[in-house]
Design a protein around this ligand. Structure first.
Ligand code: IMP
Length: 186
């Protein structure tokens, strides 16, 4: 993580919080951990659209055990940087998950409302195991008592964009995780 004194700038001149190299290194570690935890078994990675897609695609390639994908979508932050608090399922699973090992993959665990809602929903389908993987965790913002088994990075209470995460649907394609707006890094 860059310090504010020596903060790197992304190509769109936003302060970089976590560089692409740090992300790649951490995802390789999480992939190796998943391989150990599920040795000899298979997992279904369930990504939360749209923010988790880039994390899921890199995480899947860091995993050597048999793995398949599915996706769910929920109502999100909308166009701003604040949560509305309400979570609604917009896209359901495409396949049954009963008796399967599920890893729910999310970009960022913030208040915990989204993952608590999805965890409750998935548990109703009786998976064999259900674990949560989040690239980022903002523990200070939690409203629901939920923790992920696999966490990329704990971060302070900044709004971040890049590597799948957006502000008003923009910036998802940035390769580094950046602080938005730039003055929030000061
Ligand atoms: P939660 O329900 O508050 O835990 O929020 C989870 C969702 O909020 C994430 O999947 C993101 O879509 C969004 N979110 C929370 N914090 C940020 C952020 O800093 N940048 C971009 N999206 C965020």
């Amino acid at each position: 993580m860059a310090t504010s004194a020596h903060r790197a700038l992304s190509p769109v001149a936003l302060p970089v919080l976590i560089s692409r190299d740090a992300i790649a290194k951490r995802i390789a570690e999480i992939g190796a951990q998943i391989d150990r935890d599920y040795a000899g078994e298979s997992v279904l990675l369930v990504g939360v659209l749209k923010g988790a897609t880039i994390f899921l695609s890199d995480l899947a390639r860091a995993i050597s055990i048999q793995c398949t994908f599915d996706f769910v979508a929920v109502s999100s932050y909308g166009k701003g940087t604040r949560s509305s608090g309400a979570v609604k399922l917009i896209k359901d699973l495409d396949q049954p998950i009963e008796n399967r090992n599920i890893i729910l993959v999310e970009d960022i665990l913030d208040t915990g409302l989204t993952l608590s809602f999805l965890k409750r929903m998935l548990m109703q389908h009786r998976p064999r195991t259900l674990r949560l993987a989040t690239l980022l965790d903002k523990p200070d913002r939690r409203l629901e008592p939920i923790e992920a088994e696999y966490i990329g990075f704990n971060i302070p209470n900044h709004f971040v964009i890049g590597y799948g995460m957006d502000y008003a649907e923009r910036y998802r394609n940035l390769r580094d995780i950046c602080i938005f707006p730039p003055e929030a890094a000061d």
